[in-house]
Write a protein that binds this ligand. Sequence first.
Ligand code: MGP
Length: 281
Amino acid sequence: PTKKRKTGLLGPGNELYDATGLVTYYTEASQVPDHLQKYFSQRTRFFSLYDSGCLLDDEGWYSVTPEAVADQIAERCRCTTILDAFCGVGGNAIAFARTCERVIALDTSPTRLALARHNATVYGVADRIEFILADYLSFARKLASSPSRKIDVVFLSPPWGGPSYLSGVDTQDAPEVTTHPDFSLASVQPVHGKELFDLTRLITPNVAYYLPRNTRIQEISSLLDNVDGVDVEGASTVAGKKRKRDDGGERIEIEEEWMGNKLKALTCYFGGLVEGQEHLF
Ligand code: MGP
C-alpha cells in the first residue's frame, strides 16, 4: 500500500517550507500558556491570516509587528532591495514583500527563520524573500567593507531585551495609570542601539528603526551625532560612506504606531525615508 504523505498546515505541494510541528499551533485560548494569553488574543492583529496556519514561537508572540503597522512601515520603505536585519517570524518581511522587489531577511535562529518562511508561504510571498541564517553584525560588517550587492533600505527591529522592556509601575493612587521608565538604546540587543545604527549607516543612509514607545527621544536624536568617529571593523576602507550631521542638517522622522487608542511602538526614519530628504536616497 502506498504511504499517505503527511501534509502540514500549508497543505499539499508546500511540504518543503512547512514548519508545522516546530512550535504549537494554538487555535483556542485554553491551549495557550498564561504568559502568551495576551498575545494570543491579538493573533489576527499580528497576522490577519493566522487562521490559515501562521506559526509563532514565544519570542515571535511578543515581538512580532502587528500587520497594520508592518504594512504602514513597508509602504514608507518602498524600494528595490530591503534588508530586514532581525526578521523574527516574518511579520515585517511579509509586508516588505508587497512593496519591495527583493527582501533579504536575516535571523540567527533557525527555528524563527523556518517559521518566517512558513508564514511567508501562507501569504504567498515566500518566493520574494531570501531567508538567510546569519548574524546581522557580521553580515553588515562584511557588506560595509565589500558591498557585494546594493541595499536600498535597512529595517532594524532588534530585540529590546524581552517583554519587560516597559517594566511598568502601577501608580498606587491611580492603578489604571501605568508609568514606564524611559527605555535606553543601551538595552537594545545584541549591541548598544547606537552601535547598531552606526554600523547600519555604513550600508545605507536609509534606515527604519523600530523602537519601544518609551524610548528617550534625546537618544534617538543623538543617533546622528558624531558618526564621524565611528570605527567599525573592516569598514574603514569605505570612503564617503560615513555621514556627518552637517551634511545640510539631516532630519529624523519619528512615527508613532497607534492601534486604536494604544501606542504600540515608534518607527524612526532616517536618510531618504524622511519626507523632504528624498535626495539622500
Ligand atoms: P507590548 O508592549 O509587549 O504589547 O509590545 P502590547 O500588546 O502593546 O502590551 P500592553 O501590555 O502594553 O498592552 C508592543 C509592540 O512592541 C509589539 O506588538 C511588538 O511589535 C513590539 N515589540 C515588543 N517587544 C518586546 C519587542 C522586541 O523585543 N523587539 C521588537 N523589535 N519589537 C518588540
